[in-house]
Design a protein around this ligand. Structure first.
Ligand code: HEC
Length: 260
């Protein structure tokens, strides 16, 4: 038992230390706004998802792909829930390469709802070359791929600052207090009013960061609402079963007791 306790302490100190970084340029703890999709009953805010798509497509999509999403995902339940008509219009604004046709030639055509999101670059190398040697990561599951998830992405978007005294930055490198090492090769993508929201919401930096993060969180976990619903039903089911078992046990034992 004693050995076990010592081992336990050893393990806990090991793990608590592992979060301490020895780097002088430690990234700041991300901000944690209240997200409607967090928690047991969490659901996505539809209007925010639709605005978030607008921010993605008008701002981020010029550098970041979202290869694993198709346009029709935008009309599925649990997502931004654009109507099918809207999705057809959205898709038709993009061009995809298709073919070969009967003459054996490739051709461009407007995208259809079943097509995946069109990427801004032909391949990862081109994307990296066009961005000063830094690859703009695909955003399909970026929220899941980064420690801190939604909080981190939101904070990063609002974390651009003038570098503190003594820190010099190369061309094309920017200071961001939430990025590991505080240096990022993405200039601040958001500035007040850079999009004009279709629903008339005021496009402050905070609003856009919130909306696009909500959209990216849905993209990374499109079945979140369904999962929450199933979890809730499972718990109700377990409660009912527990009550039934309790009363049937009581009944069985009452018989035994009366026999004694
Ligand atoms: C001009 C091109 C460009 C635009 C526009 C752009 N990004 Fe980036 N982004 C980049 C590049 C390049 C990187 C890689 C930076 C690095 O590794 O230093 C990056 C990295 C990121 C990262 C990852 C940071 C990390 O932890 O590695 C996030 C998150 C991100 N961008 C979000 C966004 C969002 C959200 C938008 C739209 C509001 C956006 N970006 C618009 C070029 C861009």
């Amino acid at each position: 038992m004693k050995k076990f306790i010592i081992f336990f302490f050893f393990l806990t100190t090991l793990f608590s230390n592992s979060t301490i970084s020895f780097s002088a340029e430690k990234a700041a703890e991300p901000m944690s706004p209240s997200w409607s999709f967090k928690g047991f009953f969490g659901t996505f805010d539809r209007a925010s998802l639709q605005r978030g798509y607008q921010v993605y497509t008008e701002v981020c999509a010029s550098c970041h792909s979202m290869k694993h999403l198709s346009y029709r995902n935008l009309s599925q339940p649990g997502g931004p829930e654009f109507s099918e008509e809207q999705v057809k219009i959205i898709a038709s604004q993009f061009e995809v390469r298709d073919g070969p046709n009967d003459d054996g030639e490739m051709f461009d055509r407007p995208a259809r709802p079943s097509d995946n999101f069109v990427s801004p670059y032909a391949n990862d190398k081109e994307a990296t070359a066009a961005n000063g040697g830094a690859y703009p990561p695909d955003m399909s599951v970026l929220v899941k791929a980064r420690k801190g998830g939604a909080d981190y992405i939101y904070s990063l978007l609002l974390g651009y600052e003038e570098p503190p005294e003594g820190i010099s930055l190369d061309d094309g490198v920017y200071y961001n207090k939430y990025m590991a090492g505080n240096k990022i090769k993405m200039s601040n993508p958001l500035s007040e009013g850079i999009v004009e929201y279709a629903d008339g919401t005021n496009a402050t930096e905070d609003q856009m960061a919130r909306d696009v993060t909500t959209f990216l969180s849905w993209a990374a976990e499109p079945h979140l609402e369904e999962r929450h619903k199933i979890g809730f039903r499972a718990i109700i089911y377990l409660i009912i079963i527990t009550i039934l078992v309790y009363f049937s046990m009581k009944k069985i034992w009452s018989r035994v007791e009366s026999e004694v």
